[in-house]
Design a protein. Structure first.
Length: 269
């Protein structure tokens, strides 16, 4: 098992082995992806007979964690990962420093949906978080040594917990948006997102530029190789072959350098 760097995460997003929507490029960090707060947020009652209480304010679009409370918060993002990738969820130092307890849960291969994270406010003060904007949990992705064959135990959207919480109508509609529980819909909405399209363009551009640059020098490289091959076939002595090939290839290398200079001058003009 090895941890995915930002380069790996970007590559797997492009290849469709990780799907995340809504997508924000800035939330990709050196070896993790940050998720933001969703509107589905319910306080766990101290008395089992009491109902779960929503802590989301639709007016200011924030959730508030009461002092000494545990709140179940859904990520604003939906995620799917292939059977070669797993992950772990981790706390953000910014929240821990405010008295929010550590987060520790897993992301199984082939998981689909929002993540439901338990936030424990251990402080004596309220903690308020902006939905869809403020990041509150980081996912670290890992490559599996072999692809997983066992499916994860939880259904998309965790209907078992939803039925226990009994959310209001707005939150239920939010959870039931089709891309949150359907991989094809999630892939479609992600790939039609302008933010993700821009990301893909920027990701593919360096490779295209590099290839275009190499392609412009191919005639010189091929010519040098052909000269070297011709010398090798015409010379009978091994020592003469080596000296002649080195001489011809060095001439070809000089030609490539000169071509590079003219290429850079033309590009800057």
């Amino acid at each position: 098992m090895s941890t995915l760097s930002n380069v790996d995460i970007e590559k797997e997003l492009i290849q469709g082995n990780i799907l995340v929507f809504p997508f924000v490029k800035e939330n990709i960090k050196g070896a993790s992806y940050n998720f933001t707060v969703g509107q589905f947020a319910y306080r766990v009652p101290s008395d089992p007979n009491d109902p779960y209480e929503s802590v989301y304010n639709s007016v200011n679009q924030r959730i508030t964690l009461p002092p000494r409370s545990t709140v179940l918060v859904a990520t604003n993002e939906s995620i799917w990962v292939s059977n070669k990738i797993a992950g772990t969820y981790h706390s953000k130092v910014k929240l821990v420093s405010k008295g929010i307890g550590h987060i520790g849960t897993t992301l199984d291969p082939n998981f689909l949906g929002v993540a439901l994270i338990a936030l424990h406010n251990l402080s004596d003060s309220e903690v308020s978080l902006a939905t869809g904007k403020e990041t509150f949990v980081s996912i670290t992705f890992h490559y599996l040594k072999t692809q997983a064959t066992a499916d994860h135990d939880n259904n998309p959207g965790r209907p078992d917990l939803v039925s226990m919480i009994r959310p209001n109508e707005d939150d239920r509609e939010w959870l039931e948006v089709n891309y949150r529980s359907n991989k094809n819909n999630l892939s479609q909405v992600l790939n039609s997102d302008p933010e993700f399209e821009k990301f893909k363009t920027e990701f593919e551009k360096p490779a295209a530029v590099r290839f275009g640059k190499i392609r412009s020098f191919l005639p010189y490289i091929i010519c040098s190789l052909l000269i070297g091959l011709g010398v090798y076939l015409t010379e009978t002595s091994s020592d003469k072959r080596i000296v002649s090939i080195a001489d011809k290839l060095s001439t070809g290398a000089v030609a490539v350098v000169i071509a590079q200079i003219f290429y850079d001058i033309r590009r800057k003009s």
